[in-house]
Ligand binder design. Sequence first.
Ligand SMILES: [Zn+2]
Ligand SMILES: [Zn+2]
Length: 347
Amino acid sequence: MQEISLNRCDKCGSEAKVHLPYGPHRLCAQHFNEFFEHRVRKTMRTNRMVKYGEKVAVGVSGGKDSMVTLHMLNKVFGETWQNRIEAIMIDEGIRGYRDKAIEIAEEYCTAHSIPYNVVSMEDELGISTEQAMRRIHEAQGSMGATCSYCGVFRRQMLNRTARETGAQKLATGHNMDDEVQSIAMNVFSGDFTRLARIGEVAGGVKSAKLVPRIKPLYETPEKDIIAYAALNGIRHYSDECCPYSWMAKRNMYRKTLNDLENAVPGTKHSILASFRKLKPALRMLESNRSSAITECAQCGEASNSGTCASCRQMEKLMEMRGNKAPIRPKILKKDGALTCSQTKSVG
Ligand SMILES: [Zn+2]
Ligand SMILES: [Zn+2]
């Protein structure tokens, strides 16, 4: 009788290194790598993420998701395609956290000859996240929604830098878990406008100011990314979470979805598949309702109202400043006049 080993690779019978309950598969390092890379390539190909000759900017935080995205894009484009990639790191100015993560990302880029830009929030906006958090805390006694605060500025800085480097696409490290959490959060809160915008190719909105975003790891579970980074020695920052990280709602959804996945392996894949079937109808429904993308009256960046989210957020910060040193505006208004509430990257 043939012995069935629970710890052997399904493909070659050598020692299995990774167990994927949703398959179910047991794979050795080589066959897991092949499986992983094939899936990322397929995600990119079937969603027509990058066209021949396009330049792709990659938003890199130094964490596992963005480091693996950078590694995969470098691998895919380094082999056959005539595409260039360039990394963008946003330095929010959080000492002992982002500086360490950026160092890891810089090291990788240097070792693999990938051009990169580090964009400092303090230089661009006149205030770092660390300084802003202190100011917000002093003014209102709590930090508020820190991740969404930071995210507004970071998204715009990434987009602007990608555009200025001449990139046709902006890749981010969002993985399947992130996507499934966002889908569930928007379904449960009934936010169909946001729901319609989720996807492997973000948006559905077009503007010359917006570089289309792509998510090559959209169909890759977080656990697989951790395994891939470990097996391939891809260094990434994993020491601790951002000291200002505050995402109570998302963390709750993460835990609940992980519990569901453990009880019924494949649940996250099913949620994603259902969403993809619904998406064309959702986008049609929302296309009648969503407002057109115009340019922000203050900074000229893309906005779906007169003043963009970054400018509105910066105005609030300015109101909080009291008798503190003023925020240093580095930015010129669209017409060339200095504006005290805006910066080059905010919009
Ligand atoms: Zn094998
Ligand atoms: Zn603006």
